[in-house]
Design a protein around this ligand. Structure first.
Ligand SMILES: [Zn+2]
Length: 84
């Protein structure tokens, strides 16, 4: 009986020694990644985009200069006209 208990403890300890370095390594990698930053163009607005690419969600739109708004969501590129 004691051999089974000791075997179990040693077995879990051995598995822990194998897994712990991998766990610590992945934590360091996640800590090193940072959030991406983007420069937002002046005059940009958040407008709903009614295309299949954006699926009616509100995305950032940049002014096109002729009264339109260019959708920047996920490479959509749809231009919305009007005073939205
Ligand atoms: Zn869009």
């Amino acid at each position: 009986m004691i051999a089974i208990v000791l075997g179990g403890l040693l077995g879990f300890g051995f598995i822990g020694l194998l897994i712990l370095p991998r766990y610590l390594g992945t934590r360091r990698i996640h800590a090193a990644t940072t959030a991406p930053f983007h420069t937002i163009r002046d005059g940009s607005r958040w407008l709903p985009c009614h295309t299949t690419v954006c699926g009616h969600i509100t995305t950032r739109h940049e002014p096109t200069g002729d009264g339109g708004w260019l959708c920047t969501g996920g490479g959509c590129g749809h231009i919305t006209k009007g005073d939205q």
